[in-house]
Design a protein around this ligand. Structure first.
Ligand code: C5P
Length: 410
């Protein structure tokens, strides 16, 4: 069950324990599960395993100095704190536990832990005497109270010859437990249908009309919905993305095919997310043979495609419907109007351009419902996707059960 790690940004903190030799293996296992890993090492960690090893296995430069101007210019501790979906400190020494529980920030790793909104998980590793010491146990309680996740330790023979508690968990066990942290279960028992990517509207056997949609946002939402425990059906236009696991994927080409595939899924659908950039028009006729150039000018007659999301919102038993509005100007105003016109429960307004929107890895969006507007600042589409799922879960709740989201209200 390591599938929830796909595309997750894991900052692996390595501190000075003999178990640090296992951290390289841990990076490999995390990456095998699809995570993107960056490594932050303390000075003492470097006595046990070299930064070169960690750089080679992670595929990213190692972060080790809070005060290195060059490193801070490339990706400083605040960027690192923002980048991480999860901070995993493995091995975590007794000293690290003590320092982080007191809120120290005198090296890169503790500073990132303090600066980040991401969850922090630690895999302690130390001599059994140090583990059982009252001070360590007091620090452990303090860390748990501060919502830090503690993985292990295991019991067994130790590097120093002792036998007892304090061994770092095996890499495979850590990866399983870290993966499970991303499974929220918030959409358990619900069927979610998502359209993603562009559509291709054929002109002739070798040409089509389309747009720049990459499918990344829709695929990220499908993954996030799966992590939330939903049964996911992804209806995808033609994209260059790896086929996601653990969900039903229906590949389509044109808007008409997408419409047909969506309608077949609606009888038991709880949430429909229209993320696809469906072509508004298609050629009135598709030539069975390749068209050849003759005149200086050519006219292509187009006809409107069916609006899939409106077809869904007009169903008598409509699901909770979420749409997207990718716009280049008056983004929020246009999205508000579109939400009302298409009778959607929620619309995500998405500016295209300036590093956002179609084809990019990052997005900044405004989430609009009948009652509220929430801005989710520019971050990776995977992160936006998880935040959107949280908002949808909130939206489905009764008004008195709703809590506020860390995004900021307009
Ligand atoms: O009108 P516009 O294309 O900007 O609306 C965008 C929203 O409507 C998106 O959620 C998109 O997936 C959906 N849509 C659709 N069918 C269409 C056109 C748009 O479902 N033919």
């Amino acid at each position: 069950m390591t599938q929830f790690l796909a595309n997750k940004h894991i900052l692996l903190g390595v501190t000075g324990s003999i178990a640090a030799y296992k951290s390289a293996e841990l990076v490999r296992r995390l990456r095998d599960a699809g995570a993107v890993v960056r490594v932050a090492m303390t000075e003492n960690a470097k006595r046990f395993i070299t930064p070169l090893t960690m750089q080679a296995v992670s595929g990213n430069p190692v972060h080790d100095d809070l005060f290195d101007l060059n490193a801070e210019a490339a990706m400083g501790h605040i960027e690192l704190a923002r980048w991480a979906d999860l901070i995993l400190v493995a091995p975590a020494t007794a000293d690290f536990m003590a320092r982080v529980s007191e809120g120290h920030a005198d090296d890169l790793l503790t500073a990132v832990c303090l600066a980040s909104r991401a969850r922090v998980a630690i895999a302690p590793a130390m001599n059994q005497g140090m583990w059982h010491h009252t001070l360590t146990q007091t620090n452990l309680q303090a860390l748990r109270q501060k919502s830090m996740i503690v993985l292990g330790p295991a019991s067994g023979s130790q590097a120093c010859g002792d036998i007892g508690m304090g061994r770092m968990l095996e890499s495979t066990e850590i990866v399983e437990q870290v993966s499970a942290l991303f499974a929220t279960g918030a959409l358990a028992g619900q069927k979610v249908v998502i359209t993603a990517g562009p559509t291709h509207e054929a002109i002739d056997p070798v040409r089509y009309i389309s747009n720049y949609s990459s499918g990344k946002m829709g695929y990220a939402l499908a993954q996030a919905a799966h992590e939330a425990g939903a049964q996911v059906t992804l209806i995808s236009g033609p994209v260059q993305l790896p086929l996601p696991m653990h969900m039903q994927v229906i590949s389509v080409t044109s808007a008409a095919e997408m419409h047909e595939a969506v309608m077949k899924q609606m009888s038991d659908c709880d949430i429909f997310m229209a993320v696809a950039a469906v072509a508004d028009y298609r050629p009135q006729t598709t030539s069975p043979q390749k068209l050849h150039k003759t005149d200086e000018h050519m006219t292509l007659q187009l006809e409107r495609n069916i609006d899939i999301v409106s077809a869904v919102t007009n169903l008598p038993n409509k699901p909770f419907v979420v749409g997207f509005a990718a716009e280049t100007e008056n983004v929020v105003e246009q999205a508000r109007a579109k939400r009302t016109r298409k009778k959607m429960d929620m619309i995500i307004a998405n500016k295209v351009g300036d590093g956002c929107g179609m084809g990019t890895d990052d997005n900044e969006v405004t989430v609009i419902t009948a009652e509220a507007e929430t801005v989710l600042p520019l971050v990776a589409k995977q992160k936006i996707a998880r935040e959107l799922i949280e908002l949808i879960v909130q939206e489905q709740k009764a008004p008195d059960e709703k809590s506020t989201h860390p995004g900021y209200a307009r």
